[in-house]
Design a protein. Sequence first.
Length: 286
Amino acid sequence: MAKRKLVLANNPLLSGPKLDERGRSSIPYRELALDSIVRDPNQPRVHFDQEKLQELAESIKTYGVLSPLIVRPHTENRFQLVAGERRLRASALAGLKSVPVIISRDDDSTGERTLAVQLVENLQRADLTPLERAHAIGALKETYELSVRQVAEKLGVSKSMVQRSLDILDLPDDLLNALRQGAAESKVLLLAKIEDQEIRESYLKDLDTLTRSQIKRDLDSELNKENSKKVISLSPEDRRLVEEIQEAVGLKVRLIRNGQNASAGKVSIDFYSDEDLQELFRKLVS
């Protein structure tokens, strides 16, 4: 049986009953003291915008916590947070002593589902940074030995989105630093095609003013003879083929042409687990 996707919009355990429906809801909603809630050390989100937290705190002062937090039993009289870190922090800023919660009693001894729920919550709000998302998806995949397809199914996202996040983990330090400083993910991944660090640095200096299409046009330009030898240059057709193969197999694909015989070369496919390899084999022989 196929595993169900964790979809935020239709999952009552993630959205919770409306404020005026809690008294008659069959969902196990209750109030918990803030000091009885323990944060999950594996929470994928690391940075929180203090200004936005303060705005949420002001809203909570006026309207209360409209969407319950998700917790699970931890130790005696203590509960571990599964989803709702931002609401928990804002509630503390607002001076609340207790918050509404839903207690999840699903068997999750490995923590796999908990991490998936946390990722879904943050991905739906789109406020994880690209690096936070990449590290969290990488941790989910490697810790529980999941294939790219399985990660995508658990999070309700495309395989290409998962693969793109995994690709971020392989970026050189200068591009990782650019991401940390807020550079656009799409531009940074495009610059990853450039082998020469000095050329990358020249683009990084002007990255705020350059559009993605400008960078792509530069990389594709056959007129840039001096830099063409230093750029991993694939033709538009080669890139299209790589993207289609990558989408089909859900794994990172590399195409390298033979310098002396351009009609020959090699295609390499990265896999991250035995299950990835077996799934790839099934696709190739089917």
